[in-house]
Design a binder for this molecule. Structure first.
Ligand SMILES: *Cc1c(COP(=O)(O)O)cnc(C)c1O
Length: 445
C-alpha cells in the first residue's frame, strides 16, 4: 500500500478532542507542519508514523509555539555572573515587591506629599545615598550608558585623559576608545600598556583638558612589570587642576568578599572613603541587582548630567527603579541572602557538598561529588578561582551536555565529564534539573 495514504487527513486530525480547545490557527499550522515532516520522512524511507504518535508531535509543536523564547534556565556552569545567562539573578521577594509597583500605577514621578510632579530618580537615589554616604546619585540603563553620558556631558569637544593600560574592550562591542569617540570626547592616552604614572597624567593636562578618567580593567589583568595610578591620586590631581575626575569602576561590591577576592579589588565603601567626583558601575555585576548604570558623585556634577538631553534616552523604567531600590534597602538591612549573586558567592564548600548530596539522591543518573574551581564571571575578577563542588555525571560528556542544554540546564565539561556546578545551582533549581535528567534517561530507553 502507498505509505502516504496511511497518513491521517488534516480534517480527521483537526477533529481530535485534544486539539479542538486549542487556538485553531496554531493547530492548523502544527498539523500541516507535522504532516509535511512525516511525508518528508517517508520519502527518505521511514515508516509512516502512527496516528497517536503524530498527534503527540502536533501537541508538542503547539506547546513549543506558545512558549516564550526567553525563559528560565538552570545555570549549572558555576559562573555566578554569566553574561550569556542574564548576569545577576533577582531575588524572588524583591521581585514580588517590584511586581506590585509595575502591575499597577505608582508614584514614579508624583510627590504624594505635595500632589505635584516628582522626580523619578529620587526613589532609589535616597536609599543609595544613605547606604553609601555619597552626595548624589543617578540611575541609567546600564553602565555603558553611564560612561557615555558622563563623557558626553563633561568632555564633548574637549579632552579626556586615560591610561593606555585601561583602553579595554568589555565585550559586545564596548571598547573604551570607540565609546569616547562617539561621545564626542577627545581621548588623550597616557603611559604605556603596562605602566602609567601620575606624572604621565600631569604632563598631558592642557588647555583643552576637561576630565581625567580611570577605567577598571575588569576582564583582564596585567602581571609582572606593571604600575597603575590609584583613583585617589587621580582625584587629587584633578581637584588641584579644576578638572572632573571619573572612575568607571565596572563592577562594585559592598561586603568584604570571601575566597581572597578582595585582594587588590577594593570594596565600594573603601573607594568612597576618598570619593572620586564621579563614579559609575553596573547594577547587575557583583552589586547583584538589576541591569542599571549606577552613577555616584558630587551634586553639582549629577545636576549637570540630569540636564543633558541624552538622559531621556538612557532613562530607566519604573520596574528597574523598584527592583534597584528594594535591593539597596536589603543591603541597608544587611540581608546579603537577598542578593542572589552574593548568596551564591558566599556559600561554603560544606554547604555546596550538602547540596550536591541532596541533588545526587534525586538524580536518575549516577554521579560523583567532586571538589572543583569556578569563577565569578561577568567580566569581573579574571583569573580569580573560587572553590566549588560539582556533580560529575556518568555517561558521554558531550551527549549529556547537549541533552541537558536542550532541556534548559547548562552545565560544563570538565576532565571529559559532564558536570553540574552547585555554586550556581540552588535548591530551587533541583526540580528542573531532575526533570531534565528523567527525560534524558527516558528518551535513551
Ligand atoms: C561592565 C563594564 C562596563 C559596561 O557595563 P554594562 O552594565 O554592561 O553596560 C563598562 N565599563 C567597565 C569597566 C565594565 O567593567
Amino acid at each position: 500500500m502507498n505509505p502516504y495514504h496511511t497518513l491521517p487527513s488534516v480534517d480527521s486530525l483537526l477533529q481530535d478532542e485534544r486539539l479542538r480547545p486549542l487556538p485553531p490557527s496554531l493547530v492548523r499550522e502544527a498539523v500541516r507542519g507535522e504532516l509535511d515532516a512525516a511525508r518528508e520522512a517517508i520519502a527518505a524511507g521511514a515508516h509512516p508514523p502512527a496516528r497517536e504518535l503524530l498527534l503527540e508531535r502536533i501537541l508538542g509543536r503547539i506547546a513549543s509555539a506558545q512558549r516564550p523564547s526567553l525563559h528560565r534556565v538552570v545555570n549549572a556552569t558555576g559562573v555566578i555572573l554569566h553574561t550569556n545567562l542574564g548576569r545577576a539573578p533577582i531575588d524572588r521577594e524583591i521581585f514580588d515587591g517590584a511586581k506590585a509597583v509595575a502591575t499597577g500605577y505608582c508614584n514614579l514621578e508624583y510627590d504624594l506629599a505635595t500632589g505635584k510632579r516628582g522626580d523619578r530618580y529620587a526613589h532609589a537615589a535616597a536609599a543609595l545615598r544613605e547606604l553609601l554616604g555619597c552626595e548624589d546619585t543617578l540611575i541609567v540603563n546600564n553602565n555603558a550608558a553611564a560612561v557615555f553620558l558622563i563623557l558626553n556631558t563633561f568632555a564633548r569637544g574637549k579632552e579626556a585623559i586615560v591610561s593606555r593600560g585601561e583602553l579595554v574592550e568589555i565585550g559586545g562591542n564596548f571598547r573604551i576608545p570607540e565609546v569616547m569617540a562617539s561621545s564626542g570626547a577627545k581621548m588623550v592616552e597616557v603611559g604605556t600598556t603596562n605602566k602609567t604614572r601620575l606624572t604621565d597624567y600631569e604632563a598631558a593636562i592642557g588647555e583643552e583638558t576637561a576630565m581625567v578618567m580611570k577605567v577598571h580593567k575588569s576582564n583582564y589583568t596585567i602581571e609582572g612589570f606593571s604600575a597603575e595610578v590609584g583613583m585617589e591620586e587621580i582625584t587629587g590631581l584633578a581637584r588641584e587642576r579644576g578638572l572632573v575626575d571619573y572612575y568607571d569602576l565596572g563592577s562594585a561590591y559592598l561586603p568584604d568578599l570571601p575566597w581572597g577576592l578582595g585582594k587588590g579589588e577594593p570594596s565600594l565603601s573603601r573607594i568612597l572613603r576618598d570619593p572620586p567626583s564621579l563614579l559609575s558601575f553596573s547594577g547587575d555585576k557583583l552589586f547583584g541587582g538589576v541591569q542599571a548604570g549606577i552613577i555616584l558623585g558630587r551634586k553639582p556634577l549629577i545636576d549637570r548630567l540630569k540636564r543633558n538631553q541624552l538622559l531621556r534616552m538612557f532613562r530607566v523604567d519604573k520596574f528597574t527603579l523598584a527592583l534597584l531600590e528594594r535591593t539597596v534597602l536589603a543591603y541597608r538591612r544587611g540581608e546579603i541572602d537577598k542578593i542572589p549573586a552574593l548568596r551564591k558567592l558566599f556559600a561554603t564548600p560544606e554547604r555546596l557538598r550538602e547540596r550536591a548530596e541532596t541533588l545526587r539522591k534525586r538524580l536518575p543518573i549516577p554521579a560523583e561529588i567532586v571538589a572543583s574551581e569556578t569563577y565569578v564571571g561577568g567580566g569581573t575578577m579574571p583569573n580569580r578561582k573560587i572553590p566549588t563542588v560539582v556533580l560529575a555525571l556518568e555517561g558521554d560528556a558531550r551527549t549529556l551536555e547537549e541533552a541537558f542544554r536542550r532541556s534548559g540546564v547548562i552545565g560544563r565539561i570538565e576532565k571529559e565529564r559532564f558536570v553540574l556546578d552547585l555554586r550556581t545551582v540552588e535548591e530551587g533549581d533541583f526540580g528542573q534539573v531532575v526533570e531534565a535528567a528523567k527525560n534524558i534517561v527516558r528518551s535513551e530507553e
